[in-house]
Design a protein. Structure first.
Length: 303
């Protein structure tokens, strides 16, 4: 479900969102990235750059030009290894010398189920994975990343991809692609795992956040409400899939045609990947079973 709004900030121009926080929009709009990737600059002297974005010289210049005379980039933090978030980190490091922080390479944090599927040949789809990403500083759930005047706490939130992290800044949270206001997150196996995604949503829901700063789209002012919507949205999709399978076996594509009737043509492929994620999750819950080994074209039936 898309929820288009008035979010349309100028590309490449720093916007102050709060004391010690600026956002720069990258020039990579698309059906998957909305207006583009949000790069965040945290701090007043030591600057943490969260999600440098895609490999784009103009965006690199915009980040560097945003620095004041008394400011330096001390940390480069990548929320996850997708091509719209991670690749510019290497060029930014070359320009400023700061270390790159992240949970690990793209495959790190992948569940055992998804690892088996990847080894069997199931390929992902959607935003594209940055397989070259390999941070200098590997962080774990609960770790603190600190600079002058700021402290970020790492929350490992697999689901969109296994190495996805959110960053808690007191009662504010940078949620990258896990929670956005304009659309639900893509979960594309084997990189994405719906079982993990729902667990991560429920974990975030246990904290009373003031607002979310997502990887795409505007600030989310009602985090609890948005998480409730995401959870109920996924549960409704699950129910629709089970209802459709009650009429007989179907594959992910056939189910997508039935369930996502109002989805723009450009997003049908992503919707199909989301349905496949639901199907794999339902297999794990012993509610359905595949007729053949799990693949994108496998037929599924009720147990």
């Amino acid at each position: 479900m898309l929820s288009l709004d008035n979010f349309d900030p100028p590309v490449g121009r720093p916007e102050v969102l709060a004391p010690g926080l600026r956002r720069i929009l990258a020039p990579n709009p698309s059906p998957m990235t909305y207006r583009g990737t949000n790069t965040y600059l945290v701090g007043d002297s030591d600057i943490a750059v969260i999600d440098p974005g895609p490999l784009d010289t103009a965006h690199l210049d915009a980040i560097l030009d945003a620095l004041g005379p008394a400011q330096r980039i001390s940390h480069i933090i990548v929320s996850h290894a997708h091509l719209d978030h991670a690749p510019l980190s290497a060029a930014l490091q070359e320009a400023c010398g700061a270390p790159i922080y992240g949970f690990g390479p793209a495959e790190k944090g992948r569940s055992a189920v998804m690892q088996r599927l990847a080894e069997s040949g199931l390929m992902g789809g959607g935003e594209g994975v940055d397989h070259a990403f390999d941070p200098d500083c590997t962080v774990a759930d609960g770790d603190l990343i600190e600079g002058a005047g700021w402290r970020l706490r790492v929350l490992h939130t697999p689901g969109h991809i296994g190495n996805h992290i959110c960053l808690a800044w007191d009662n504010l949270c940078f949620t990258a692609d896990h929670v956005m206001g304009w659309a639900s997150s893509l979960v594309s196996p084997p990189d994405g795992d719906l079982t993990d995604f729902m667990r991560s949503c429920r974990r975030l829901r246990r904290h009373h956040w003031q607002c979310f700063y997502p990887g795409h789209g505007d600030v989310v002012p009602d985090p609890q409400g948005r998480l409730d919507w995401l959870i109920s949205h996924r549960l409704a999709r699950e129910a629709a899939i089970l209802d459709a399978l009650a009429a007989g076996p179907r594959d992910a594509h056939g189910l997508t045609q039935m369930i996502y009737g109002d989805t723009p043509a450009g997003l049908i492929s992503a919707a199909t990947r989301n349905v496949l994620a639901h199907l794999i999750d339902l297999v794990g819950k012993n509610k359905i079973a595949p007729k053949d080994p799990l693949r994108a074209e496998t037929l599924f039936h009720l147990v």
